[in-house]
Design a protein around this ligand. Sequence first.
Ligand SMILES: C[S@@+](CC[C@H](N)C(=O)[O-])C[C@H]1O[C@@H](n2cnc3c(N)ncnc32)[C@H](O)[C@@H]1O
Length: 191
Amino acid sequence: MAASLRNRFLHAIYRFDPWHMTGTYYARPYKAHAVAMIDSLKPETVVEIGVGLGDIMGRVACTRGVGIDLDPNVIKAAAWLMPRNIHLQSADFAQPGDLVAVLSAEGINDIDALVLINWIHMINFTQISASISAIRKAMPVRHIIIDAIKPGIKGYRHHHSEADISTLGEIVRSVEADEVRTLHLVRVGAA
Ligand SMILES: C[S@@+](CC[C@H](N)C(=O)[O-])C[C@H]1O[C@@H](n2cnc3c(N)ncnc32)[C@H](O)[C@@H]1O
C-alpha cells in the first residue's frame, strides 16, 4: 500500500506508464523470485534492462549495478529510490549500439547478471538474440535472468520457448515465478 501510494505520487510528477503505480514489489511475486535468483549468483556487476522503478535492481546485493529503461521519465522517478551503487540510464534494448555506449560510459566492461524481466515478451526472439550478441561482443556476460510467458497464456505478444532461450546458453534453473511467467537462469558460455 505504501509503495503504491509512493508510486502514485511519483507518477503525478513524472507521468511514467501507469503500470508502475500498481505493479509494485509486494503486488507481483515474480520480483522476489528474481531477486533471490540474482542474489544466488553473488554477482559483482548486475545490469537490468527494462528496470522500471527498480523494484528488482534496488533489492539485489551487488557491488555495482546499472538499470536501463526506454522511458526517461521512469528513470527520473527511479533515481529517488535507488541505492547509491546503482546507476540509471535511458536506452532502448533494440538499439544495442546505444546500449553498449551507455554501459561503456558507466565503466561497465563485464556483466555477471544481465536481467530482462516482464517486458521481453514484447520483443521477437531474433531481436533478443541480436541485442544480446552485440552486448557480448563488447563485454563478457556470465548469466542472463529472463522470463518467458507460459504456453497458452493469452494477451502477450510473444511466448519465448525453452528452446529459444537455450540458444542464449544453458538453462541452469527455472522457477514458476507467477501464474503467467517462468523465470530462467541462463549460464552463458564463452563468446
Ligand atoms: C512492466 S515494466 C517491468 C519493470 C521491471 N523489470 C520489474 O519487473 O519491476 C517494463 C519496463 O520495461 C521497459 N521497456 C520496455 N521495452 C524496453 C526496451 N526496448 N528497452 C528498454 N526498456 C524497455 C518499460 O519502459 C518499462 O519500464
